[in-house]
Every structure is written in C-alpha cells, then in structure tokens.
Design a protein around this ligand. Structure first.
Ligand code: AMP
Ligand code: TRP
Length: 338
C-alpha cells in the first residue's frame, strides 16, 4: 500500500489531457492505496481568475473528479484551502527554496516571461505544490508529463529540508502514464492540450457529448502524406490520434498504426473509442449534479481526514525547523560543540 497525492486546479473545464494524463491514474491508484486528491484552489489564485466564479469552479471540479471515478470510500478528496497547513508549510519551504531553482521552472518562464509585473504567487507556485505533496508523506504523485520538473523540485526541497533539520519528509516520485502523458491539441498538435488555450476544436472536454467528440476528432489536423505511422516528431497529428486510441484501448500506439490504411479510418476508430471511454463519466456527472449536497458532504469529510494527516506533518516540520510549539516551553538549548 502506497501513499498517493495529486492535485488539479479549478481553472477551467477538465479535458481529455487531464483525464488521460492524470485523473485516470488517480482512479486506478485509489484501489489498495492510501490516496489523497485535492482541488488546488490556492494555486488558481496565481493566475487570472474571476473571484465570482472560483467557488463554483472549485465545486464543479470536485464533481467532475467524482464523475471520473473517484470513490470517496476509497480515497480522500478535498479542497486545498480547507486545510490551512498547505499555506503554512509553503512558508517553511519557501525559506528552504532558492531563487535560482525557482527561476529555472519552465512553467513560470512560459507564463511570466520577463515581465516585472508577474505575480510572486506564480513564482512560488511550485513551492506550494511541494507543500501539498510533502504534507501527506506521499510516495507517488500521479501527474502528466508537464509536472516532472515540479516533482524534481519537490524532491530537492524535501531532501534539503531533511538534510538541514533532520529526517522529516518522505521524498516522493512522479508517476506518469506510459501512453498519453502529454495529449496534444487536436488543431495544433505541437502544442499541449490545455484548459487555457482558446481552441475549442482542439480540446476535447471530459464532458463533451458524443457528437462533439466525433466532430473534433474528424476535424483534427493531420500531417502531410497519407501514411498512418507512429512518429511524434515527423507526424505529430497522426501520432497524437494513435496515442489517444492506444490510451482508450490499452494497445500500443506503434502497434496500432499498422492496422490503418487511411487517416479517415484512424479518425473513425479513435472517435468511437473516445466516445465509449468518456460515456460513463458524462453519465455519472449528470447523476451527481442532481445531488450537490452529496458532493459537499464528500468535501467536508475529505477536509477532516486530510487535516489530520496534514496537521501531524506540519507539526513535525515546524518542530524540526525550530519553531516554539504552542502551549509548551522550549526544549533545552543544545550546546554547540567547541
Ligand atoms: P492542470 O490542468 O494544469 O491543472 O493539470 C492537471 C493534471 O493534468 C496534471 O497532472 C497535468 O500534468 C495533467 N495534464 C494537463 N494537461 C495535460 C495534457 N495535455 N496531457 C496530459 N496530461 C495533462
Ligand atoms: N501544478 C499542478 C498542475 O498544474 C497542480 C498541482 C498543485 C499538483 N499541487 C499539486 C499536482 C500536487 C500534483 C501534486 O497540474
């Protein structure tokens, strides 16, 4: 049994990349493990967001995750801001992290560029993410390919903290799926499918109707030449479709390639497979949306369970860092040798 933690921002509608890159792994990981999953609303504050919509989006993201197959009897699902230790541990870790390593984060560079008005919260975003993970002593973190660098930073911070203050944190590892760890935009297959890109035809929503899925797959940009071959560099569009079909069917993208003689055939089968893959998610969403009180109850219970684990870890970390425990006298000062 392993301890798992992962998080997702409530920053827009969930898409097929989120589902295949991360959420499906969360669902698989909840069986037989001790899994914690959170909607990271504090992270969403680091970008442009509408305060009138954030609470609704946070709730709806949780609903989406339940629809995708998270089972509150098998895992702990909660909202990050409901567990105060996330922000508190982030500060301890900020005092261990250094400027240079945060400046190297590609996600920050992509979003902030050279802008002096970039938010500090965007800069320290990966430290808050490290706090999310380390609070739960997570051994495995199921995420898509784009999170590898943040996981490396988390490992560095855990090791540095342990080295400086004594063994405190478990050093986690990323768990990235073999296929579809980086789903590309159907209209621009050299760009990652994302919530923020205004490419409605390029992004398949996790709750898209069968007709919408079919239309988007059929309109997907393919490559010159008519040969169906798995070659992400030379044939990014076709390779992306092969990855999607592979992820939906369990076969490998390269082995699937040989069974098609035209792009049309590949698109037809991919569309059909994706429709079937997402059908149960859509159906459960409709059921759950009719009973929002159930979602609220899940989040209340989740925050309670998460707080217990997070509280204990935070206490351990703050004692290690030398903070005075509330309601107690300081330990005897240790003489420094020499
Ligand atoms: P985000 O939407 O950035 O909050 O990401 C939530 C999770 O989905 C993270 O684990 C990401 O790595 C994963 N993810 C996001 N976009 C993609 C994509 N295009 N392909 C695969 N995984 C993705
Ligand atoms: N940064 C992650 C993303 O954009 C979201 C995230 C926040 C996360 N905290 C986390 C992922 C902890 C895994 C573990 O996708």
């Amino acid at each position: 049994m392993a301890r798992l933690l992962s998080g997702i921002q409530p920053s827009g509608d969930l898409h097929l990349g989120n589902y295949l890159g991360a959420i499906r792994g969360w669902v698989a990981g909840q069986r037989g493990n001790d899994a914690y999953y959170c909607v990271v609303d504090l992270h969403a504050l680091s970008g442009d967001y509408d305060p009138h919509q954030l609470a609704r989006r946070t709730f709806d993201t949780a609903l989406n995750l339940l629809a995708a197959g998270l089972d509150p009897d098998e895992c702990t699902l909660f909202v990050q801001s409901h567990v105060g230790e996330h922000s508190r541990l982030a500060w301890l870790l900020e005092c261990v992290a250094n400027l240079g390593e945060l400046r190297r984060m590609t996600q920050f560079k992509d979003k902030a560029g050279e802008s002096e008005s970039a938010r500090v919260g965007l800069f320290t975003y990966p430290v808050l993410q490290a706090a999310d993970i380390l609070l739960y002593d997570a051994e495995l973190v199921p995420v898509g390919d784009d999170q590898r660098q943040h996981l490396e930073l988390t490992r560095d911070l855990a090791q540095r903290f342990n080295h400086r203050y004594g063994p405190t944190f478990v050093v986690p590892e990323a768990s990235v799926p073999e296929v579809a760890a980086r789903v590309m935009d159907l209209q621009a297959p050299t760009r990652k499918m994302s919530k923020s890109v205004s490419s409605p035809l390029g992004t398949i929503g996790m709750l898209d109707s069968p007709a919408e899925i079919d239309r988007k797959v059929r309109k997907a940009v393919t490559d010159t030449g008519g040969e169906v071959r798995y070659d992400p560099d030379a044939k990014p569009g076709v390779s992306n479709l092969l990855e999607l079909l592979a992820a939906a069917t369990g076969a490998s993208p390269a082995s699937l390639a040989g069974s098609f003689t035209s792009y049309g055939q590949l698109k037809a089968q991919t569309s059909e497979a994706l429709v079937e893959l997402l059908r149960p998610v859509r159906e459960r969403y409709v059921e759950l949306a009719a009973d929002p009180a159930q979602v609220t109850a899940v989040l209340v219970a989740g925050a309670e369970r998460a707080s217990q684990v997070a509280g204990a870890t935070f206490e351990r970390a703050s004692m290690a860092a030398g903070l005075l425990a509330p309601g107690s006298e300081p330990p005897r000062a240790q003489e420094t040798a020499g």
